[in-house]
Design a protein. Structure first.
Length: 233
């Protein structure tokens, strides 16, 4: 990792930590200020399955997630002489929560299966920009139960990128994009219907050996999203 990319990565990590910290501080206050929010029924208070606070329309079994997002990624090098590039992207995500809450204590959550469409991807190489579009047909997401109006989550995913030029000079214009993410969703207002998300994700871009030369790009991305969960009536 070069000194410049290390400084950029530290700045990104600090920005993400600041966002999460502000969300944690704001969430309990916003919940306390919501005087018109109904309290959970007494019959459900002792039910371990009813972990999500009712004032947030968060993930529940059978609910659908709709989201738009944008993010910026900064490079880091795992190997000497590996290519470096900044990446900007925007897209949409659809997901469906498939299970009720499972798991012990702080790990309790629900499994969601999603996919993404990335119509705008810009890869800023040192000498020229590359433009492309991608899609991620499989996103495995674990939605931790909502506590104090916050909904943390983890993701594993794999996608593909098509570009107008070679993302890594000397390779191909088609590449795979596997990655992982950790983030948190927090409500945008008192109603809790809509929410913001902030996550940090690592992803790798390479052609999986379609050419002999295949160093790939490794990046850390900060992504901000806005969306909601729709629930069956």
């Amino acid at each position: 990792m070069t000194a410049s990319s290390f400084r950029v990565t530290k700045t990104t990590l600090r920005a993400f930590a600041t966002i999460v910290a502000l969300a944690c501080l704001w969430a309990p206050n916003s919940g306390a200020q919501s005087g018109n929010v109904a309290s959970p029924p007494s019959s459900a208070a002792g039910d371990p399955k009813n972990d999500a606070l009712p004032q947030v329309d968060g993930p529940e079994k059978g609910s659908n997630e709709w989201q738009v997002w944008a993010g910026g990624a900064y490079p880091f090098s795992l190997f000497p002489n590996a290519p470096l590039a900044r990446i900007w992207a925007a897209g949409v995500t659809y997901g469906r929560v498939l299970t009720d809450a499972h798991g012990p204590g702080p790990f309790r959550g629900r499994f969601e299966l999603a996919f993404e469409i990335d119509p705008v991807v810009e890869v800023l190489l040192p000498k020229y920009p590359v433009y492309g579009a991608g899609f991620t047909p499989v996103v495995w997401k674990w939605d931790f139960v909502t506590r104090r109006r916050l909904s943390p989550y983890l993701e594993l995913y794999g996608g593909a990128l098509f570009s107008n030029h070679q993302v890594v000079p000397g390779t191909t214009t088609f590449n795979f994009m596997p990655g992982a993410a950790a983030g948190v969703a927090f409500p945008s207002g008192k109603s809790g219907k809509y929410s913001w998300t902030a996550d940090m994700r690592f992803f790798h871009i390479s052609n999986a050996g379609l050419t002999y030369y295949n160093p790939g790009l490794n990046t850390i991305e900060l992504r901000i999203g806005f969306g909601f969960f729709s629930h069956a009536k």
